[in-house]
Design a protein around this ligand. Sequence first.
Ligand SMILES: O=C(O)CCC(=O)C(=O)O
Length: 249
Amino acid sequence: MSPVPPIPTSLEDVRIKLLPANGYYIADFISLEEEEGLLNKIEAAPKPRWKQLAHRRLQTWPSDLTRDTLLQCLLPKWLVEPIATRLLACPASTADPQSHIFSTSPHAAPNHVLINQYQPGEGIMPHKDGAAYHPVVCTVSLGSSLVLDVYGTNEDGTRETEPRFRILQEPRSLLITTGELYTDYLHGIAEVHEDVNLGPDTVSNWDLLRSPELIVDGKLQRSTRTSLTYRDVKKVVKLGGKFAIFGKS
Ligand SMILES: O=C(O)CCC(=O)C(=O)O
C-alpha cells in the first residue's frame, strides 16, 4: 500500500509564485489507493448521474444548481473522505494553523462537487466559474496529467487569444485557485491528445511538479483524465421539516 501523503505545513509552502493571487499546487494530495477508490466510486455511479456533453462528461454532486442555488443535501461520504476532510486540515498560513482555504467561505466547507471526465482530445472552453460560488475552487485530478490554460482579458473585455499562464495538473494532485485568479481570469482545457511545449519557462507550477522527468521533449500524452472540483455554493435552501434530505454513503 502506498502511504497517505503528508499535508503541507501551510498552503504558503505550495503557492504557485508565478501566478496572480492566488494559486496553490500539491503534487501528492491523495495516494494511489485513494485515487483508485475514487475512480471506482465514480464508475459505479448510476448511469443517469452522467451528463454527456459535447466534449466531456459530467457528474454533479449532490445536485445541479437552480438559479445559482443549491438544495441543501450532504455530499456522499466518499466525496468527503478523504478529499474534503484533507482540504480542511490543510492550514492556510503558519501564523494561524486553524485556518484553511474555506475558513472565510459562507459554510466554511465545500458543499458541491463537479466531476468532469475527459478523453484524449476533449477539453473545456475558457470560462469563469461565476458568482454562484465563493471564489475558491479545489481541483483533484485522477488518471492523467493535462494542462489548464489561464487567460487574461483585453481592455475591451474580450478574452486574450493565448493563455497567459499554463498549469500542469498531475494525477493525484490538488490545484486551488482563488482571489483574483478566480475573479479576473478565465480557465480552459485545450482539446488536444498531447500537451506540448512544456518546460520551466512555460509551466507556472514547474517547480512544484512531482514528476517533471516524465515530460520528454516538452510533450506529455493524455489518457482519460477525471477531475473533482470542490466549491462552496453561496445560496443554499432547505427543504424543511420531515422532507429533509440526508446524505447516503
Ligand atoms: O476539469 C477541470 O480541471 C476544470 C473544470 C472546470 O473548468 C470547471 O468545472 O469549471
